[in-house]
Write a protein that binds this ligand. Structure first.
Ligand SMILES: Nc1ncnc2c1ncn2[C@@H]1O[C@H](COP(=O)(O)OP(=O)(O)OP(=O)(O)O)[C@@H](O)[C@H]1O
Ligand SMILES: [Mg+2]
Length: 559
């Protein structure tokens, strides 16, 4: 029996219209949503060439009958709603009957699907919206949809596809969002035939840790809140554990949304602990009666509107505040939290708490660190990677690439504020860029603030006229080209995170590499500077010192 029908015009006219397919990530999003709506418990996503050559999503859901497979890509064809009012009690991700139609118009699409009741599955290929072949196939119940050569017939839009690495990164991000909102489902992601993620059904906490491997369970706090038929649940990072980029996975009734109201409620709850450039990790789902939200305000359904915004805002903010409070019960004041460097709130008792970036700016703590490390001795260098340092009270292990990178980063920031970060070139340095990259230069002001300047000649040749003073000519050239990918991220992530990332990347380029040989004097100077500065992470946010107190060692060895 067929499940798909065409929506009547009066319903269609009330559904948010607009562009559904804007890039690889939106195809991945629509196809995964369809798999989830079909009740799949296993979803496989395969990307070739960042998805620009092929995106394939396969599932073990209920599948489509032959009749349904033949019409699923027609406009406004859906099995999910019948009347417009259904949108207000919707339990599925889809409702417009538009996704497959929009995708099939701009790609070469192959649909294979089988339901339990039919012996054979149906396979058909649709090129630019037209069926070019159809056959019956042996297959398991479920659906597999492959989308090849996206925008092959719309060159103007193909041109706006981002680089392979960016498309791939965005598609991976959206995949991870679904994996987070459905931890009970198996998800596999393969890029160019190598497995990137392979998630078996698990708890939400385990799934978060598999995705954000820089966090362990001790760094995360569960959030549970209930108020007037709203329920908030998930995990947030504990103060002191930050990310340098916005890392929010916020869901409303398990639907991934980019809602500013929820993000704001979260940041307000954290405000006491957060400093510039620091971002908490949060994976939260707000369950709310469907009649209190509108999902029909954005063609890609990435936004929702709440009927009572104030109620939702204060509920989310207060639930998070409460979760943070129970962690720091009795010692919540920021002052006491910051002035405690003994590490008693640290998740790893063996890891001595070094002052974090924000603390480094505090004069009081700064002098404490210097005092605490008045005398030290470099014991040796291991694995061309770590410096072992003996102090009176503890053994320090310093990652020397990370440490050097951090010192350069600080120097770079100083040179930018002193305006000495730019090197004017005597001879302009010509670089070859394709047209898409040249078009992008008009939006690349972030590169100018790092010291780059350029001219574009009438015949579209690009020449650098200034480069960051820290970079060699060769490095500047390659860095400029590579950073254009990051410039594309400004629209998605905002200017500040991209600026900081690029600054950190320059520091990385200029610093000693893991594996470079360091002599003892160099190691000593490096350790001295890093201890004096009081910083504890590299510019990318990775820790750079691990400390073990001798008392901890003695305890371990039962002495
Ligand atoms: N993976 C799948 N398994 C089973 N049925 C599917 C699958 N993908 C699509 N379908 C069927 O095809 C129909 C059309 O899918 P399409 O994504 O175009 O629209 P929709 O999901 O109904 O609404 P929306 O446009 O909002 O996503 C769906 O309603 C569903 O019945
Ligand atoms: Mg859909």
């Amino acid at each position: 029996m067929s499940k798909i029908h065409k929506l009547p015009d009066h319903v269609v006219s009330r559904i948010a219209a607009g562009e559904v397919v804007v890039g690889v990530f939106s195809v991945v999003k629509e196809l995964i949503e369809n798999s989830l709506d079909a009740g799949a418990t296993k979803i496989i996503v395969e990307l070739t060439n960042g998805g620009k050559s092929e995106i394939r999503v396969s599932d073990n859901g209920e599948g489509m009958s032959e009749d349904d497979a033949r019409v699923c890509f027609e406009p406004h064809s859906t099995s999910k709603i019948s009347s417009f009012e259904d949108i207000y009690s919707i339990g599925t991700f889809g409702f417009r009957g538009e996704a497959l139609h929009s995708i099939s118009r701009v790609s070469k699409m192959k649909i294979s699907s089988k339901i339990a009741d039919e012996a054979l599955g149906t396979e058909l290929e649709v090129v630019a919206g037209r069926v070019v072949y159809k056959q019956s196939v042996q297959m398991e119940r479920g659906t597999s949809i492959s989308v090849r050569d996206i925008f092959f017939n719309v060159p103007a839009r193909r041109k706006f596809l981002k680089s392979t690495s960016i498309e791939s990164r965005m598609a991976t991000e959206i995949f991870e969002r679904f994996a987070l909102s459905h931890p009970n489902i198996s998800f596999l992601l393969q890029r160019d035939q190598s497995v990137v993620h392979n998630f078996a059904p698990s708890s939400l906490l385990d799934r978060i840790i598999s995705i954000y491997s820089d966090f362990s369970r001790e760094h995360l706090k569960s959030v549970e809140g209930e108020f007037k038929r709203m329920h908030l649940s998930g995990y947030i990072s504990l103060p002191g554990r930050w990310r340098r980029r916005r890392s929010l996975a916020l869901f409303v009734n398990n639907r991934y949304v980019t809602n500013q109201l929820l993000a704001k409620a979260l940041y307000v709850a954290y405000s006491e602990f957060l400093h510039k450039g620091e971002h908490p990790l949060a994976v939260l789902n707000l369950a709310i009666p469907t009649e209190e939200i509108d999902v029909n305000i954005h063609p890609q359904k990435l936004e929702v509107k709440f009927s009572n915004e104030e109620k939702v805002f204060s509920f989310v903010r207060d639930s998070i505040k409460r979760a943070l409070k129970t962690t720091f019960a009795g010692r919540l004041s920021l002052r006491s939290y910051r002035s405690d460097v003994s590490g008693s709130t640290e998740p790893h008792p063996k890891r001595v708490k070094f002052p974090s970036l924000k603390e480094a700016s505090s004069v009081e703590l700064f002098s404490e660190v210097v005092k605490a490390t008045e005398s030290f001795r470099v014991v040796g260098i291991v694995r061309d990677r770590y410096i072992l340092v003996e102090t009176d009270e503890q053994l320090l292990i310093v990652d020397y690439h990370a440490a050097h990178e951090r010192l350069i980063y600080e120097k770079l920031k100083r040179s930018i504020s002193n305006n000495t970060h730019q090197k004017r070139l005597f001879f302009n340095l010509e670089i070859s860029l394709n047209q898409t990259d040249i078009d992008l230069l008009s939006k690349a002001s972030v590169l100018k603030s790092l010291g780059f300047d350029w001219i574009v000649s009438e015949d579209n040749k690009v020449s650098l006229t200034s480069i960051p003073s820290f970079l060699s000519l060769e490095d500047a050239k390659s860095f400029f080209k590579e950073s254009l990918d990051e410039v594309r991220m400004v629209d998605i992530e905002g200017l500040t995170p991209v600026y900081q990332k690029l600054l950190a990347d320059i520091a990385c380029k200029c610093s000693v590499r893991t594996g470079d040989r360091l002599d003892e004097d160099e190691a000593k100077t490096l350790v001295e500077k890093i201890l004096k500065s009081g910083v504890s992470t590299c510019p990318h946010g990775r820790p750079l010192i691990y400390a073990v107190k001798y008392v901890e060692l003695d305890r371990f060895f039962q002495r």
